[in-house]
Every structure is written in C-alpha cells, then in structure tokens.
Write a protein that binds this ligand. Structure first.
Ligand SMILES: [Zn+2]
Length: 345
C-alpha cells in the first residue's frame, strides 16, 4: 500500500515535550508492518518517533513466540547478558550487596540468571508469555507477564531496575519511566539502555541503520532520553554508550551492506571476511567470536572481565550504537552521592 505524503495525518503534540512541531524524516517499509512506517522528529526535544502507530493492543500482540529476539541462539543471549552485566551492573555490585534487581523486558531470563549467580535477588517482567514461561522453566525465575506499567503498584521496591532495549518499544516512554521510578527504593538506580540516535552508526547508515525496525517506536539521543528521565523525577548520574555483541561484527552491519552487495559472490565473501577482520577489538567482539555457551561459562567470563578494568569497553563519548543512561531515585536524606559516574567510567 502506498500512501502519498499529503494524506498522512500530522502527528499529535510530542509525547515527551508537548510541542506540536514535528518534521517528517523518513518513510520506511518493513515486512510485517501494514503500509509505510513513518518516522518524525520533534523539532524541540529532537526525539524521533513513529506515527501513525498501530493501536497499543496490536503493538503488544507483536511480541508473541515469533518475535525474532526470543528466538536468538543461546550463545547470543549469553554473550549479550555478559556484556550487559560487565558494562552496566558490575559497577553496582559493591554498592548494592545482595541487592534487589528487576529486569524489565527480561526476555528468556539470561541476564537475571547471571545476576542471581553474582548474588543479586532477582525478578523479571516480560510482556511475552512464551519468553516469560521459558525464563521460569529454564532458570526457575520469578517473572511476571505484562508491562512494568501493569505491575508497578504491586512490586518492589528494588535497588536496581534495568531495562535494555525496551523503552524504544513502548507506546508511552513517559509512563514507562514513571513506572520504573515507582518501583525503585529510595536511592535506587535505574539503568535504561536503548539504540542511540546520536551514535556514529546511525549517522553513517541513515535509513539503513541497524536500530531501525518496525518494533522501534521512539528513538532517543542522550539529550532527549536524559531530559525525559529527569522530568520523571530521577537524577541522571552517568551516560555511556556501547555497541551490542549482536551488531559488533562489521561484516554484518546493514550500514556497510552496499560495499559487499554490489560485488560478485566470490568477492562478496572476501569483502565480508575483510570487514570482519577490520572490526576493532573489543569485549563485544570477543564475546561475539567466542561466546559463552552456558550459565557457568558466562559466570566465569564475567569474573574474568570484571577483574580487568580495561575490558569494560563502555564509552562516555556516546558515539556507540546503544546508549545507556543511569539515574538515581532520590535517597532519603541527600542526593549528593555521585560516585557512580567514577565507578562506571
Ligand atoms: Zn518533543
């Protein structure tokens, strides 16, 4: 179905800042999405968002057993869990001994199982019934089915709430962050990670960027995400970026596909080998090339990586493919403790 631009309804006021001044960026087409997938950018706060959108029930219905993330190979799940743990949770271990941790959008539970192995008391929330059932069955985890907004009144408090690759999927990022705040203990930490609109790959790849798909309804840079988090009453402590294990190998970056796709098959293979070889060494690349295959192997990798400060591989330059903002709920007494920034960088 082709819709001319003139018939597209202009989006309502920006969900984040309330300004009614959005500019249409791109009209994309994705398999499985009816019609065009149109991205707009708020001219005031710069958040990028999809409009018109599927109704919320239809958005939720997309996350059934066929959702591609839930069918990732096990090694890939462990690699990503190790990377996330070492980069984002490891630095909080000493600050929250035996801390209570909630993973929002915990998928099949790999990060939670790993964190429990490191001493955290863990729970998860997961919209997809199939993934939540697998997490409970495989790792005997407490995982509630639904959204954090559904459960915020009944659960918690938690010392740390982590949500990786979730906020870009929700229909109201503001309600999402408010729900995260509601379940935090006084002084607790929120870690929100999402594709980085301000990153180098996005600027290089434009509409080929890996971060674009029909599931991503909002795309943030560090300013728009920090602003939202602060407006919801959390104090931003640190911002960092990293490139996920699944996207680290240059041979398979969609932004570089034009280099390989135009070549004859034999040369295409060689060009991918070359791109793979040219991928800079990093923790993510090592995990991608030699992934852990089990919980025990993942725990051993975390132990080794945390012992080596140089391998954390998070960047405070904020050019990476993913962006993480760490924010704190007001502690009873004072908000002056800002040591996490140093611990995390
Ligand atoms: Zn805005």
């Amino acid at each position: 179905m082709v819709t001319s631009h003139t018939t597209i309804k202009h989006p309502p006021a920006c969900e984040l800042c309330g300004t009614a001044d959005a500019r249409q960026l791109w009209s994309l087409s994705f398999e499985g999405h009816p019609g065009e997938f149109i991205l707009w950018q708020c001219q005031f706060c710069k958040v990028v968002f999809n409009w018109p959108r599927l109704p919320p029930e239809a958005v939720h219905d997309q996350y059934d057993g066929s959702y591609y993330v839930f069918n990732s190979p096990t090694e890939r799940c462990w690699s990503r869990a190790v990377q996330t743990y070492v980069s984002l949770l490891g630095p909080l271990e000493t600050r929250c001994p035996a801390g209570r941790l909630l993973d929002v959008g915990c998928a099949r539970g790999h990060l939670l199982a790993l964190a429990r192995g490191r001493g955290w008391r863990v729970e998860g929330v997961e919209l997809a019934r199939e993934a939540a059932a697998l997490a409970s069955a495989e790792f005997d985890l407490t995982v509630r089915t639904g959204t954090i907004e559904d459960h915020a009144e009944q659960i918690g408090p938690f010392d740390v709430v982590i949500a990786t690759d979730v906020i870009e999927h929700v229909t109201s990022p503001r309600r999402f962050v408010q729900a995260v705040k509601r379940v935090l203990a006084p002084g607790g930490w929120a870690i929100i990670e999402t594709p980085n609109w301000g990153g180098w790959w996005r600027r290089l790849g434009g509409r080929r960027w890996l971060g674009l798909n029909r599931f991503h309804l909002f795309l943030f840079d560090e300013r728009s995400l920090s602003r939202l988090i602060e407006e919801c009453g959390l104090a931003v402590s640190a911002k960092m970026s990293l490139t996920s294990t699944g996207g680290v190998d240059w041979a398979w970056r969609p932004e570089l596909a034009p280099l390989s796709d135009s070549l004859p098959p034999a040369l295409e293979w060689r060009s991918r080998r070359l791109l793979s070889w040219a991928t800079p060494r990093s923790m993510a690349r090592d995990l991608h090339q030699k992934p852990p295959r089990s919980l025990d192997e993942s725990l051993a990798r975390v132990e080794r990586l945390l012992a080596n400060e140089h391998q954390k591989q998070v960047s405070t330059r904020l050019n990476g493919d993913n962006l993480a903002v760490i924010a704190r709920a007001e502690a009873r007494g004072s908000l002056s403790e800002t040591g996490l920034s140093e611990a995390l960088t």
